[in-house]
Write a protein that binds this ligand. Sequence first.
Ligand code: AMP
Length: 363
Amino acid sequence: MFTWRRQFSTAATLLKTAAMAPSQPTTSFQVFRDVPPLRTLRRQILESNRTVGLVPTMGALHEGHLSLIRQAASENTDVVVSIFVNPTQFGVNEDLSSYPRTWDSDVAKLEQLNAELTAHNTHGRITAVLAPTAQVMYPTLPPSSEIDGDGSFVTITPISRKLEGASRPVFFRGVATVCMKLFNIVGAERAYFGQKDVQQTVVIKRMVKDFHVDTEIKIGPTVREADGLAMSSRNVYLGKRRREVGLVLYRALRAAAEQYHAHGKLQRSQILEAAERVTKEVIAEQRGLAPAERALFEVDYISLADPDTLDELEVVDPSKGAILSGAIKMAPLEESRAGEDCGLGEGKVPVRLIDNLIFAPRV
Ligand code: AMP
C-alpha cells in the first residue's frame, strides 16, 4: 500500500529534476515545466496501480475549475492540473495578452484545495501541476493563429465550425490540438471538462473517439455565481454594470428551457422565441438609458442543437435531448462614472459570455 507521505517523498526526489515555474516552492504537489520529468512520475503512478485524472485549464482558477479537480480527486488517486494559456486558440484579432494570468493565486488555491481534500479524506490529491512554456507545447514551429497557418493541428469538423466556431474560426482547432498534446503527455485515465464550455466537450469527445485516445472524458456541471452568472476567468473584466446586464444570457436560456420543461414545447420557434423576448427587452431597456448608465451588448447566437452533431434542431426529440446554448458580446462601456467598479481594464475590454443548458434525454 502506498501512503501519501511515501508518495510525496518520491515527489520530492522528482522535484529536483523538474524544471520549475517561478514563485516556488509548493509543498503538496510538483510543478512541471517540461515533459520528461512528468513522464517519469506518470510511469511511477502506473507501476503503483494508481490512476491519473487530468484537469486542463488556462489558469485564473475559480470554483468552476476547482469543482472539476474535486471530481477528479474523487475518482483518481492522482490529479494533474495543467495551466497553459494556449496561443493557438486565440484568433489573430483576439487579445491573447489580455487573458488573466494569476500564477501565485492559482498555486495558493491548489494548495488550499489539497488541504481540503486531505481534511475530507478524499480518495486522491493534486500531485502535479503542468505549466509548460509555449516552446514545450509547440516544439517545432511558432504556434500559428492564422486560419491557413502552418503547424501540426488537430481539426474536428464540421462541429468545430458551428456556434462558437462561426465567430472564432481557429478556436476549436487550437483547443483540440492542445488537448491532444496534453492527453499524449499525461496519459491520464480520465480527463475532466466543464459543461460551461459545452461545444468544447462535444469536440473533445469526438476527438477521443475518432483518434482512439485511451482517456475517458468526464463532464462536470457548470458552476455559477450566487445570481446565476456562469463563472469564467474573463468575468473579472466585466465590472458591476456589465456583470448585471450580462445575466441576460442565463435568463434568456432559462426562459427558453422553461418552454420545454414546464410547457412541453418541442418546436424550435416556440422554445427560442422565449429567449429572444428576454434579450430584446433588455437591449431596448439599455438603449433607453444614458451612456454612463447602460451596458450595451449583441447577441451572437442562441442555439438549439443536437447533442452529438450540434446541428440545429427544428424539433426536439425528448429521447435524444438537446443543447440550448448562447453567446453574447458585451461591448466596452461608453462612459464610466466616478468611483464606479468597471472591472479589470476599466470597462474597455469587450467580453464574450457563453452559457448553456442541457435538455437531458428522457427515458
Ligand atoms: P478554462 O481555464 O476557461 O479553459 O477552463 C478550464 C476548464 O474549466 C474547462 O473544462 C472549462 O469548461 C471548465 N470551466 C470553466 N468555467 C467553468 C464553470 N463555471 N463551471 C464548470 N466548469 C468550468
